[in-house]
Design a binder for this molecule. Structure first.
Ligand code: ADP
Ligand code: MG
Ligand code: ZN
Length: 628
């Protein structure tokens, strides 16, 4: 709390400084104008002239300061002026008598002027301070006591600095239950026990069973980790305190730790309850991670560890944390007694995707009879958030088209939008570029189709997208499968090389359009060599360590420099092999390549069926298809 007081004093000082500088500005710009409009300052000679001409009616001299205040005119036209007496002017009294002016003198009125001085100077200050205080209180009231975020930093007079900023939502108010989470059955099953515990902590205490203090939800972004944590609170009907890891790490040193302390204090009062720390990797990174050590973060982490050890979980506090970088977490966080449960929340499989699509489709008006299975099959690798987004994009499209219901076609279009970005109308390709892109995409498609047909082409398009892609070929997996063979990886590389191969074959040139293909092909080849043990050269030797597996990160090499060179050579060999396969396949099917590419150039988007119809039409050029 020492920290707090110090900061409070600082912000008070800051406030006073601001008030003072505003006051100075007022004094130098505003006051003189106000005063000036009341009493005009004149020169002494002007004053004498006015006396001689008989305009002056009244004169008053302040003896010490030699200040003369005089008035001209009577009643309505009366005006007051001010001037300073010229030194040793002995003739003034005579002149005044001659002009028949009423005149007087007085000593400066010390108390009165002091009062005026104080009033002028301190009143605004008081208004500033009082106003600031009221404003502060008002805002705090509006934001809710528990939720004073950065505001407390600037104008914090009262308490509340260093509060956690954790938003408490009443259990009922998270409004989520397991019904709002589609798929993720394993995760829900492991969480069911925690729900039971939160509903009935005494039952567990009576037996002497200890429940986990914390559970770590681990998985790629958008898979429903936050949603699951909220659903648990909803199911158990307990308050839900949530805070994001990045909120902990703030400007002021010492705040993070104070926030943790405060968060757990609040939780302790409201137990049973759930404390949810989103993106825990922001605070929970390994403490030894090299040069970029961060004292603030470490303090926060230490406080978190201490709190997790300290709280009495008979009361029923469960701490959830979510992350998509579990490998970067400090091991102290994951040892028993802290986040000892790890709940994987993976990307949804085929059935999961279909369920998520259906769930979100409930919220929008759909044409009857939509086949969600088709859409699920086209979206391998999409997260729950992606799928929710697709449904929403489809609804937006329906509105744009002036329809009252969403059609299957809307959803199919929105799949493209989510995967490749909105259609970009401003990019107009020249006919030549269109031709090149058509051959490129058809090249991918033919290589994909002629090799084994496990992932048939479902769509080819050459409409430019806002993501920068000039076209794309979509392949949909027939069934979900979890193992990939070496052959399949090689085929994937060949398919990725198909675009460039077609350009080379037909135009004898290379374009920048293949950059992304090359990157992906190389990544697959590298994984085959370093992680999957699929190269002849190294066999089953691991040469790298996976990093950020949920964020699609590459592996870091763990081998010697000499070996690294050989790895590169091996990777290059694998990619080149795919390149040659693609060239050969396209050479053999050159006539089909020409025909389909021209058809695509004309139509801009063709379906998988159209593509297959042309490719397999028996005109003496049809390739021998596998599995048929
Ligand atoms: P994460 O925390 O894992 O990054 P969120 O929980 O924030 O992901 O999910 C984002 C959104 O995606 C949710 O609000 C929800 O609309 C949707 N979503 C994700 N997974 C699912 C799911 N399994 N069922 C239903 N909706 C989901
Ligand atoms: Mg989240
Ligand atoms: Zn390509």
């Amino acid at each position: 709390m020492e920290m707090n007081d110090k900061k409070k004093r600082w912000s008070m000082l800051l406030y006073v400084l601001i008030a003072l500088s505003i006051l100075m500005l007022l004094r130098s710009f505003v006051y003189p104008n106000v005063m000036g409009s009341l009493v005009e300052e004149t020169s002494y000679s002007e004053f004498l002239k006015a006396v001689d001409e008989g305009e002056v009616t009244e004169v008053d001299l302040t003896t010490d300061t030699q200040e003369i205040t005089y008035a001209t005119g009577e009643g309505e036209s009366r005006k007051v002026y001010k001037t300073t007496q010229f030194p040793n002017d002995a003739t003034l009294v005579e002149r005044l008598e001659n002009a028949n002016v009423k005149f007087s003198a007085h000593l400066p009125d010390e108390t009165a002027s002091l009062l005026v001085y104080l009033l002028i100077n301190l009143l605004p200050l008081a208004i500033f301070l009082g106003g600031g205080y009221l404003l502060n209180r008002q805002l705090r009231k509006q934001m809710g006591e528990d939720n004073n975020m950065s505001f407390g930093g600037g104008f914090g007079f009262g308490g509340g600095l260093g509060r956690s900023g954790a938003k408490e939502v009443k259990g009922e108010e998270t409004g989520k239950s397991f019904r709002d989470v589609a798929g993720q059955d394993e995760a829900k099953e492991s969480l069911q026990e925690i729900v039971g515990f939160l509903k009935n902590p005494e039952r567990y205490a009576a037996i002497g069973a200890k429940l986990p203090h914390g559970a770590l939800l681990v998985g790629p972004p958008g898979t429903g980790k936050t949603l699951l944590a909220k659903a648990v609170a909803g199911e158990a009907n307990v308050p839900f305190f949530s805070i994001s890891g990045s909120e902990f790490v703030e400007m002021f040193v010492g705040r993070g730790a104070a926030k943790v302390r405060d968060l757990f204090r609040q939780a302790n009062e409201k137990a049973p309850c759930i404390v949810f720390i989103d993106e825990i990797d922001a605070v929970g990174k390994r403490r030894d991670s090299g040069l970029t050590s961060n004292d603030e973060r470490e303090q926060t982490l230490n406080q978190l560890l201490a709190e997790m050890d300290g709280f009495d979980n008979h009361k029923g506090i469960v701490v959830f944390a979510a992350t998509n970088r579990p490998e970067s977490l400090d091991p102290a966080l994951t040892r028993p007694g802290r986040f000892d449960r790890r709940i994987p929340v993976e990307l949804p499989d085929l059935a999961g995707r279909e369920a998520i699509l259906k769930l979100h489709a409930n919220d929008v008006r759909m044409e009857p009879g939509i086949d969600f299975g088709v859409i699920a099959r086209q979206t391998p690798g999409a997260s729950g958030a992606d799928l929710a987004n697709m449904i929403n994009e489809a609804a937006l499209r329906a509105v744009r088209m002036g329809r009252a219901r969403v059609t299957q076609n809307d959803i199919l279009e929105s799949v493209d939008v989510v995967i490749a970005g909105e259609k970009k109308k401003s990019t107009v390709l020249s006919e030549h570029e269109k031709e090149v892109v058509s051959y490129h995409e058809t090249g991918h498609a033919i290589v994909a189709a002629v090799q084994d047909g496990k992932a048939p082409v479902s769509k080819i398009t050459i409409v430019p997208r806002t993501s920068g892609a000039l076209g794309f070929t979509m392949q949909a997996e027939e069934d979900e499968h979890y193992l990939t063979t070496r052959e399949e990886y090689k085929q994937k590389i060949a398919v990725l090389c198909g675009g460039r191969a077609a350009e080379e074959l037909i135009f004898g040139q290379m374009t920048s359009g293949a950059a992304n293909d090359i990157e992906r092909a190389t990544r697959i080849a590298r994984a085959m060599v370093t992680q999957l043990g699929m190269s002849d050269r190294f066999g089953m030797m691991a040469l790298g360590q996976a990093r950020n597996q949920y964020l699609g990160g590459d592996a870091t090499l763990t081998c010697s420099e000499g070996t690294a060179q050989e790895v590169d050579a091996e990777v290059q060999r694998l990619v080149e092999e795919g390149h040659q396969t693609a060239l050969e396949t396209l050479r053999k099917n050159r006539f089909k390549l020409h025909e389909i590419a021209h058809y695509l150039q004309k139509k801009e988007t063709i379906t998988g069926e159209e593509f297959m119809r042309i490719l397999t039409r028996d005109d003496g050029f049809a390739p021998k298809m596998p599995q048929e």
